[in-house]
Design a protein. Sequence first.
Lengths: 171, 475
Amino acid sequence: MTALDTAVPGSTRTVTRAEVEDFLFAEADLLDRQRYDEWLALFVEGGRFEIPTTDAGNTPASQGGYFVCDDWDLLRARVKRLRSRKAHAENPASLTHRMITNVRLTERDGDELTVAANFLVHRARDGHVNSFPGRYAHRLLVTEDGLRFRLRRAVLALERLEAGARLSFIL
Amino acid sequence: MTSPSPHPDSDAAAAPLVVQDWERLAFRVHRRAYRDEALFAAERARIWERTWLYLGHETELAPNDFKVRTLGGRPLIFTRDSTGELHAFLNSCPHRGTVLCRETQGSSKHFNCFYHAWAFHNTGEVAAIPDPSAYADEEYKASMRLREVAKLEVFEGFVFVSFTDDVPPLVDHLGPAADYMRMISEQHVAGMEVLPGTQLYGVRGNWKLAVENAMDGYHFSPTHNTFVGYLRESGFAVDDDDQYAYNLGNGHSLLILTGHGGRISMLWEPRFGEEERVRTAEHRREMELRLGSERAHLVADESHILFVFPNLLLFDLEGLSIRQLEPVAPGHTDVRAWQLAPRGEDPAVRDLRMRTMVSFVGPGGLATPDDIEAYEAVQRGIEATAGDGRAELDYSDMSRGMADDGTGRRGRSTDEGAMRGFWRHWVSAVGGGGPVDVGTPPPAQPEPTPLPSKRPHGLDEILAGLETGDEVAAR
């Protein structure tokens, strides 16, 4: 992954919580408006996207069942799919509404920043509304002109996915 | 959860549930089968209470581990006791019925009821009842042991239970499905284990829609258009030739697939990467020695989707996913899915396996959400004809390839023969008396025995293909 990161050089500059919040809020806005190409541009090349199962605890993505464990190829395939009219589960697209709070900068190691945040995503489709509470545990690359996802990890605070709550959209 | 159907089906009760018209070669299923509360209750009583049900896999439990599951609406504790024996206890205190174990999983030698502090060993015996002197005698106290399911049997690690003693031995119930389960165990010399991380999700659709979908090769290209595009771009030539569907008896069915994807460590394709190509050749040599050429071919070169009536689906594809169906209401099904992987697998292969399987199956994958969309869209759509005065409209059509039925010819995976076999079994099991025939059924022939695919299967051919990539190009 580090070899690919050379496309965007890292930086050791100081990052504030406000900058991370702005990054996450702007990301949420892109997703709520289904601007998937712009969303993908928030990742470094080689970035990953993970959603563990609700009982997975800290099982690494390579060792257990996950809802989503996208490497860079799969992440791009997911975005391409979502832009297609043939992604039936998202045509018409879910109406999503995201709230992000409790943002914390949890660790800094060189050009990498680990952040935690709480999310609550409401998703409406087919006459039903599902709520998806959880927390983000992201690893971000700090660059001179902004932040990029190395790992975008969404951990659900649910015991299970309720009926109709399939993760066909980006959580 | 699910609101009752706005159109009561009482008027429709006289219409036959399953009609097979041998003159027009038409097979139709009445749509109340997906939405009627009375039929749902009949399924619980006549299928879920009377048939072997898949509970879990023995590798999920070390001694003293437990998992809480619901089968046929009954809360159960699936545990391995301190002596190593498997149990399926009713998750209900024998005293007053309280749910005993309120965690979803864990490890404990005892189950304790918080209500009156009764305690039980994980063998089921009473460990302690506070102030026992108020009961008649020791024998009465001992009679309060945990209630277990009527039967529990294990086949190749797959644990099944029954709520009645009146079932045949498990292996008889499985019939020809058993060998396809055994093939899974034979994939790797060290055997297979269930990995942590259960995909637990609900769908707003009848459980039988999930069965149909799994046995339906016809939907693959249109429904999974975006996933097929992804496979094609990665260099895999997706096709439906040489793919067949079989009825295995007792409601079980099988798709044998060769054109939808490779198989990790057994049948290489470009998206698995170059390192995996080398590992695959090594593993195929080992399989050839261990299993012999013909068996290794059967185990390695075909993907299987196996349905074991009524609640188990095994997706033996790029990797292996176990899916369990739990009907909650006519229009609501809970699904549990686990990944089954070789014990002691190389971490690089394990990583590839997890990415590859999760990318396809599961409610966050690139394919399964479209299947769920299909079940849910059917469940909503069939309200359109409920209670319509034109009674013939309230049927779903499953006639594709019916000319093959009863002839002993095998049906294509893109036809609907496996679904018809399922529905014929279901309508008898649920008390519908069997399908209603129009015209004369063909003289009964035995169901065709599954045949191996036409893939090259000499080890030399496979290894040569692996080196040149010809095998992939040939598909």
